[in-house]
Design a protein around this ligand. Structure first.
Ligand SMILES: Cc1cc2nc3c(=O)[nH]c(=O)nc-3n(C[C@H](O)[C@H](O)[C@H](O)COP(=O)(O)O)c2cc1C
Length: 171
């Protein structure tokens, strides 16, 4: 699949089939996340792969009861690792690690499309609860929960703002 096609057809999927996905697919998606750029190549991000049903149930509760978080075979929780990047970049690291994780998430979502899988970027969750559920150490913050599974819907593309947010040469 061409990258431009994957970009075009990717949608946030909130309904999934009750089908498992092979570990090799998960590995490939994680590898795509690892290959994303990062500030100073310090890779200020961590990936927690969750297949356990009880843990997904808890994550779903922490994510304001978004049920599809529970109903997928796999959730990948992408976290920032601030200490590693801060050691080199000081205060700029606060923004860098968020960008590092976002770049990974997009790579992973597009890789999932190429594998015929669906994802959704879930950012609405109680951070402290997710940290506790996953037993994240200090300095590691969960940024996005990415449910991954076989899509059971084909959503229309929500409208984009288009030309009004594009500026040439100056604002
Ligand atoms: C930072 C961020 C947080 C998001 N959080 C959620 C969420 O908690 N639940 C959800 O269903 N979608 C969430 N989304 C997905 C957006 O709603 C979705 O990307 C947007 O409506 C555009 O639709 P599309 O992804 O199909 O193009 C989030 C997206 C981003 C980038």
């Amino acid at each position: 699949m061409e990258v431009s096609e994957a970009i075009g057809i990717r949608r946030s999927i909130r309904r999934y089939k009750k089908e498992d996905i092979p570990t090799e697919y998960v590995d490939k998606i994680i590898q795509a996340g690892q290959l994303a750029p990062s500030a100073g190549n310090l890779q200020g991000r961590e990936f927690v792969i969750v297949r356990d049903t009880a843990t997904k149930e808890k994550l779903s509760e922490a994510a304001l009861k978004q049920r599809f978080v529970r109903d997928v075979p796999v959730c990948i929780v992408v976290c920032t690792n601030l200490p590693r990047t801060k050691s080199k970049y000081g205060p700029r690291a606060d923004l860098y690690v968020v960008q590092d994780t976002a770049a990974s998430v997009m790579n992973m979502m597009l890789q999932a499309v190429d594998l015929g899988l669906g994802t959704c970027w879930v950012g609405a969750f109680e951070e402290s609860r997710v940290s506790e559920i996953l037993q994240l150490p200090g300095g590691i913050r969960p940024v996005a929960i990415i449910p991954v599974g076989v899509p059971d819907e084909v959503p229309d593309m929500p409208e984009r703002l288009g030309a009004q947010i594009v500026h040439y040469e100056r604002w």
